[in-house]
Write a protein that binds this ligand. Structure first.
Ligand code: KAW
Ligand code: ZN
Length: 587
């Protein structure tokens, strides 16, 4: 049993962790050196496998054949040393510019120390001042996107050079390799086609509520929604404007942030709560090292990468989360998301190193979110004392489903367009002088939003999002937000919490807490890692081999009916149009 990863993998992970947790020149140098050393080690291993090319393809053992298949892709380590050094430095620099960006306060230009977490996140969540929201959004883009546009130009060239050295046309194709399907892009387009009608109904309803709050001069009847009014720096989930759009205000609110604060919740308690859910399913407790080495609160007095992440140090023992946790319900969900990554690490740690990854990257993003679907139910929040009473009536149901849709349905177009834009950039379909306006074409067309102030090619708004600056692929989240409902349905059936023929047990009320049948089924799938093709892992858990948008639509069916009816009653037009020029190509 290969219980250890390579020493080199542990070394480069540790050096990356030290830099991401404490951004200093010394840590940067050590990380850069470790990355080059690891690449040299990978290249050596790859060369020894290459000697077998033409032979391993005919091996009878599929397990062995699959290992060779994965080891035959070297990745960016295929770049000549100088190019690789330049590539690594660019990615580190873009992610550092993003992570250390600060802006000045709206009403106090002397205080220029506001950071994304927690300052700007809190302002975007709580402020209803149109001017302040516009200021925060615009200044953040000056301090991030604008400053990395030139880095990104050279990054794209080097990334495509590396892709070609691995036999791909461009980096976009290399990113899709782990999905092992040459119809993957069209499958994704089909999923979005099936989900767009529900998104448009939700968009029309939210637009009306925001118009009522901010006035027609700010939110037009038929136009796109100004992005800075949606409670999130990237308008990627709209849960933070729940209080402005709640259908039945008289009912108890499902946003338990106030109760968490009132009950003195700490980040530590949030992590313990999440671990307790996993353990209740007969999944794995966090190892001792996890609690010793994780960073779950933002350390003061130093720069670090606050964007949450989960780390596997390739030695079967050391696993960590780094998260600048705020005491909010949103962050409680993110805690479960990050811990889902750790559970996957723990379940596949004894597999050969090449198989220690998700069945596909979307699987890795879905694990924690599946549990969070149970945690977020009023029934569960009541059970853990965060909701004083559960109101079981149709209106409370619609309130709950709307709050879930503001996080899950609003995310879908954003989760899709992030890599739609990057695939076109890598393939050259979008040329460099059109980068920013191509971004806004997609943001308008898929999300029906617009920038508060007109954009130009001086700007680089994609760079204002962590995953662009940090070079993290994003289609994995779109995949996750679809398949997590398929996983949820399968687990709810195993837990006896959902029965398609029993209307008293709808999918959105299911809580799998303490169901070892569900937990064991999930654990068995996690244990496969990437040793089997993902349709097989999907079938092992759900019985089907395909991504299927009908499950998320079934979950939200009562809300979809309500929204359609409500929009008709208010004679809301569905969809959006505008003759405004959102982005000019003049430099
Ligand atoms: O970025 C994240 C969570 C961070 C992460 O856990 O996905 C992290 C991102 C990352 C990848 C690589 C380097 C650094 C950070 N991914 C991991 O830590 C990770 C761990 C193991 C395997 C794969 C990824 N969520 C996305 C998508 C998202 C939006 N809202 C959500 C709500 C719940 C869950 C996810 C989201 C976002 O914030 O835009
Ligand atoms: Zn993740």
């Amino acid at each position: 049993m290969d219980v250890r990863g390579s020493q080199e993998c542990t070394e480069v992970s540790m050096a990356s962790w030290n830099y991401a947790s404490d951004i200093t020149e010394k840590h940067r140098k050590v990380k850069a050196a470790a990355q080059l050393k690891y690449a040299a080690w990978q290249k050596e291993a790859w060369e020894s496998v290459r000697k077998w090319s033409g032979k391993w393809e005919t091996l009878s053992d599929p397990f062995l054949r699959r290992q060779f298949k994965f080891m035959s892709i070297l990745g960016t380590a295929a770049l000549p040393k100088q190019d690789l050094e330049k590539y690594n430095n660019l990615v580190t620099e873009m992610s550092t510019l993003y992570s250390t960006a600060k802006i000045c306060e709206y009403k106090n230009p002397k205080n220029c120390k506001l950071e994304l977490e927690p300052d700007l996140t809190r302002i975007l969540r709580s402020s209803r001042d149109y001017g302040e929201l516009e200021h925060v959004r615009k200044m953040w883009r000056h301090q991030t996107g604008r400053r990395i546009r030139d880095h990104y130009k050279l990054f794209v060239k080097l990334a495509n050079k590396a892709a070609k050295l691995n036999g791909f046309d461009n980096m976009g194709d290399m990113w899709l390799y782990p999905y092992e399907s040459d119809v993957f892009r069209s499958d994704l387009a089909e999923l979005w086609k099936q989900l767009m009608p529900l998104y448009q109904q939700l968009h029309a309803y939210v637009r009306r509520k925001l118009r009522e709050n901010y006035g027609e001069e700010h939110v037009s009847r038929r136009g796109p929604i100004p992005a800075h009014l949606l409670g999130n720096m990237w308008a990627q989930n709209w849960g933070e404007v729940y209080d402005l759009v709640i259908p039945y205000p008289g009912k108890v609110s499902v946003d338990v942030t106030p109760q968490m604060v009132a009950q003195g919740y700490t980040p530590e308690r949030m992590f313990e709560l999440s671990e307790a859910f996993f353990v209740s399913l007969n999944l794995t407790r966090m190892p001792e090292e996890f609690w010793q080495h994780s960073i779950i609160e933002k350390p003061q007095g130093r720069d670090l990468v606050c964007h949450a992440s989960a780390w596997d140090f390739c030695n079967g023992k050391d696993f960590r989360i780094k998260q600048c946790t705020d005491v909010t319900m949103n962050d409680l969900i993110t805690v479960h998301h990050e811990m889902g990554h750790i559970e996957y690490f723990l379940k596949y740690k004894d597999l050969p190193e090449v198989f220690r990854s998700g069945a596909n990257p979307g699987f890795h993003e879905a694990v924690g979110d599946v549990l969070a679907l149970s945690v977020a139910t009023p029934k569960h929040l009541h059970e853990i004392g965060l909701l004083e009473e559960v109101q079981d009536d149709p209106e409370a149901d619609i309130n709950f489903l709307l709050s879930m849709a503001l996080d899950k349905i609003t995310f879908l177009p954003f989760g899709y367009l992030m890599d739609l834009w990057r695939w076109d950039v890598f393939s050259g379909k979008t040329s460099e002088q059109d980068w920013n306006c191509a971004w806004w074409d997609l943001r308008y067309k898929l999300q029906g939003i617009k920038p508060p102030v007109q954009r130009s090619e001086y700007d680089f708004d994609p760079g204002a999002k962590y995953h662009i600056a940090g070079n993290v692929p994003y289609i994995r989240y779109f995949v996750s937000f679809v398949i997590q409902f398929q996983f949820h349905k399968a687990l709810c059936m195993k837990a006896g919490e959902y029965d398609p023929l029993d209307p008293s047990k709808p999918l959105h009320k299911c809580d799998i807490y303490k169901s070892t049948e569900a937990g064991n089924a999930l654990g068995d799938m996690l244990q496969m890692g990437s040793s089997k093709e993902w349709p097989e892992a999907m079938a092992a858990l759900t019985g089907t081999r395909r991504m299927d948008a009908s499950v998320i639509r079934e979950y939200f069916k009562p809300l979809e009916l309500w929204l359609t009816d409500n929009n008709e009653q208010h004679r809301e037009s569905i969809g959006w149009e505008t003759d405004e020029v959102l982005c000019t190509s003049e430099e």
